[in-house]
Design a protein. Structure first.
Length: 240
């Protein structure tokens, strides 16, 4: 009975892309505790993702087809509390005078918000993320922004391609903060070819490498390899 209900919940959310927990309780006639258990099971299995007040259908991306993935705005609303927790932990690793690279993930955008609150007197941020570039206006005036140019990718809301890579080659990076689609015991991966090319080169250049990944990223694998898990100085997560 429970198995059938969870399948029905998944089909319902899939047909609507997202649903609130209150809506699911009313639709399936179950208690708050029951819907939380069912949703937790579907999230853990990778079929749904948590968003504020409810869940969204997690559509697995066919190899080489980035159009099947969530848009940047959709992903920005997923697992917000986890991203903020990760951001607070990661911000403690930033020191006065650092030159940081921040990738274009929504988790790293939350990290940028935390860095902006720290009020360093000397800090440089390098990024290809349009969202972080927009946030920079609210950061302390003594911060320095190096924005990588290139070909705009609307799905990732970032600049990628050969132009971004050329600009990167002229720079030094003290600490790189990046995210990923999947994290296993051995590999860190993404589903975006051009993002993989840029981040892989960033990790080669950076003196320190930090992976920001909420618990939904663990145990799944994307198409393109970023690095081995052991290549990172630390993995910062909300995972227990």
């Amino acid at each position: 009975m429970k198995k059938m209900r969870t399948l029905d919940i998944m089909d319902y959310v899939k047909s609507r892309k997202r649903a609130s927990l209150a809506e699911l309780m009313e639709k399936f006639g179950v208690s708050t505790a029951t819907i939380h258990r069912d949703v937790a099971e579907l999230v853990a299995s990778g079929h749904l993702e948590r968003i504020r007040g409810g869940v969204a259908f997690f559509q697995r991306q066919p190899c080489g087809d980035p159009s099947a993935a969530f848009s940047y705005l959709d992903r920005a609303t997923v697992n917000l509390s986890a991203k903020r927790k990760i951001a607070e932990k990661a911000a403690r690793l930033v020191c006065e005078g650092d030159i940081l690279f921040l990738d274009s993930s929504t988790t790293t955008a939350a990290f940028a918000d935390e860095v902006g609150k720290r009020m360093f007197t000397n800090l440089t941020i390098i990024t290809n993320s349009v969202a972080i570039m927009e946030k920079f206006r609210k950061m302390p005036q003594n911060y320095v922004l190096i924005a990588l140019g290139g070909t705009y990718d609307p799905l990732l809301n970032s600049f990628l391609g050969s132009a971004a890579l050329r600009e990167l080659e002229r720079l030094t990076i003290a600490k790189a903060f990046v995210s990923a689609f999947g994290v296993t015991d051995k590999l860190v991966t993404t589903n975006h070819e051009h993002q993989a090319g840029l981040v892989t080169r960033v990790l080669d250049i950076a003196e320190k490498r930090y992976l920001l990944a909420d618990k939904s990223k663990f145990g799944r694998t994307g198409l393109y390899r970023l690095a081995t898990r052991a290549a990172f100085d630390a993995v910062i997560t909300d995972r227990g």
